[in-house]
Design a protein around this ligand. Structure first.
Ligand SMILES: *Cc1c(COP(=O)(O)O)cnc(C)c1O
Length: 400
C-alpha cells in the first residue's frame, strides 16, 4: 500500500474530526519516527507531550509485554497488585496524599470538577447546586460536554449544547480578575500553568503565586491541569514548581504512561479526595494493572534517566537558539523547558505551511491555532539532535 492508500482509508471510513499532516507513521524509537516509505522524521510534538519518555522506550516495551502476559484488567470490583504501588510512587514523587486514577485527561478533569463540587458542599458548606468553578479564557481541558461547555473557543462548543451550568470564565493571567470573580459560592479555580493548546501562552511571572494566595484567602481550591505541562515537560516535575507553588488538586495524564496506555490521575489531599465514598465515581479501566505497571515504569524512566533535568537544560538552549533565528516571519518565541511556542506574524500566512515544509525536511511539528508552531520533542532528545533540527527550522523560516 502507498501512503495515499492509507490516507484514503482514513478519509473514507473515519469521522473527520482532525486535520492531520499527511504523514503515515508506522514505527518510532526515541525522538525518531518512520513513515510507511521508511522516511525518518524527528518528532517535535511528542503526541501533545504524551511521549515525554520517547517512542517505544525499551523499558516500557518490556513492562508492557510482561504485564500483558500476566494480567490486564480486573476492574475495581477487585484489587490488583499494581495499583497500590502506583499510588505509593505518586505519593513519594509529588507529596500528595491520595490518587484517583482514570484513563484520558478529560476524565481526570471531570473527576477534579466533581471532587471540587463535593468539597464545596461538604466542607465549605455551599448551598446545594450552587457551586461555582472559575476557569480561564483560552483554556483547554478536554472534549467532554461539561468541559467544552466552559471553553472560550467557539468551534469546541458549536452545536454541542446545552451545557452544564456552574462555570465562570475570566481572562488568563489576571490575578485581579480571579479575585473579582470569586463569590461565596466559588469552590475552585481550574487553570493550566501554561496554556498549551491555546498556543503555549505564558501567564505573567508571579501569577501562580498570586493565585495560590487568593485561593487561600477565599477558601477555594486551586486546581492545576498539568496534563500537558506536567511530568517534566517544562524542566520541572510540574510547571507550578517554577514558582514554588503547590496546587490543592493536581491533574495529570498524557506522559504518565509514556504514550503506551491512557492513564490519567487526580492527586490531592485527604481533605479533598478523601470525600469520595464507594459508588460516588468510577471507571471500568481506571486503575487497571496494565496501565498501572506501565505508569510505574514510566515515572521511573523520567527520574532515573534525568529527563526533567534534560528538559530544563536543552529546553533553555533550544528556546534561545530559536529566538536567535533571523526570519521576517517570527513574532515571538516563548515557553518553558521543552514546551516552546513560536508565534508567527499574521503576514506569514499561517503556521500550517511552515509545518508542511518542516515535514518535507523530516521534522514533525503541528500548528496550534493559526499562527503558532509548537516545538515539544520527547525529553530524551540530545543537543546534537536539536542542532540538526535548528538548521532546518532556520531554512524553513526563511522561505518566502
Ligand atoms: C490533552 C489535554 C487534556 C485532555 O486530555 P485527553 O487525554 O485528550 O482527554 C486536558 N488538559 C490539557 C491541558 C491537555 O493538554
Amino acid at each position: 500500500m502507498q501512503p495515499s492508500d492509507y490516507i484514503t482509508l482514513e478519509e473514507q471510513y473515519g469521522a473527520h474530526n482532525y486535520h492531520p499532516l499527511d504523514v503515515v507513521l508506522e514505527r518510532g524509537q526515541g525522538v525518531w519516527l518512520y513513515d510507511v516509505t521508511g522516511k525518518e522524521y524527528m518528532d517535535c510534538l511528542s503526541a501533545y507531550s504524551a511521549v515525554n519518555q520517547g517512542h517505544c522506550h525499551p523499558r516500557l516495551v518490556q513492562t508492557m509485554i510482561e504485564q500483558a502476559q500476566r494480567l490486564t484488567l480486573t476492574s475495581r470490583a477487585f484489587r490488583n497488585n499494581k495499583l497500590g504501588q502506583l499510588y505509593q510512587r505518586l505519593h513519594d514523587l509529588t507529596g500528595y496524599d491520595l490518587t484517583l486514577p482514570m484513563n484520558s485527561g478529560a476524565e481526570a478533569v471531570e473527576t477534579a470538577l466533581k471532587a471540587a463540587r463535593k468539597w464545596g458542599y461538604q466542607v465549605k458548606k455551599v448551598a446545594p447546586d450552587q457551586a461555582e468553578i472559575i476557569v480561564c479564557e483560552g483554556n483547554f481541558h478536554g472534549r467532554t460536554i461539561a468541559i467544552v461547555g466552559f471553553s472560550s473557543e467557539a468551534q469546541y462548543k458549536e452545536d454541542f449544547g446545552p451545557f452544564a451550568p456552574g462555570f465562570k470564565l475570566i481572562p488568563y493571567g489576571s490575578a485581579k480578575a480571579l479575585e473579582a470573580a470569586i463569590t461565596p459560592n466559588t469552590v475552585a479555580f481550574l487553570v493550566e500553568p501554561i496554556q498549551g493548546e491555546a498556543g503555549v501562552v505564558m501567564p505573567p511571572a508571579g501569577y501562580l503565586r498570586e493565585v495560590r494566595q487568593i485561593c487561600d484567602r477565599h477558601n477555594i481550591l486551586f486546581m492545576a491541569d498539568e496534563i500537558q505541562t506536567g511530568l517534566g515537560r517544562t524542566g520541572q516535575l510540574f510547571a507550578c514548581d517554577h514558582e514554588g507553588v503547590r496546587p490543592d488538586v493536581m491533574i495529570i495524564g498524557k506522559a504518565l504512561a509514556g504514550g503506551f496506555y491512557p492513564v490519567s490521575a487526580v492527586l490531592a489531599s485527604k481533605a479533598v479526595l478523601g470525600l469520595f465514598r464507594p459508588g460516588d465515581h468510577g471507571s471500568t479501566f481506571g486503575g487497571n494493572p496494565l496501565g498501572a505497571a506501565v505508569a510505574i515504569e514510566a515515572l521511573a524512566v523520567l527520574t532515573e534517566e534525568k529527563l526533567i533535568e534534560n528538559a530544563y537544560e536543552l529546553g533553555e538552549y533550544f528556546q534561545e537558539r530559536l529566538a536567535e533565528i533571523p526570519s521576517p516571519h517570527i513574532k515571538e518565541v516563548r515557553g518553558k523547558g521543552l514546551l516552546i511556542g513560536m508565534e508567527l506574524k499574521p503576514e506569514a500566512g499561517g503556521a500550517r505551511r511552515f509545518c508542511e515544509a518542516l515535514q518535507e525536511r523530516g521534522i514533525l511539528c503541528k500548528e496550534t491555532h493559526q499562527h503558532v508552531i509548537r516545538f515539544a520533542p520527547p525529553l530524551v532528545i540530545r543537543r546534537k539532535e536539536i542542532d540538526w533540527a535548528l538548521q532546518h527550522i532556520t531554512e524553513v523560516l526563511n522561505m518566502k
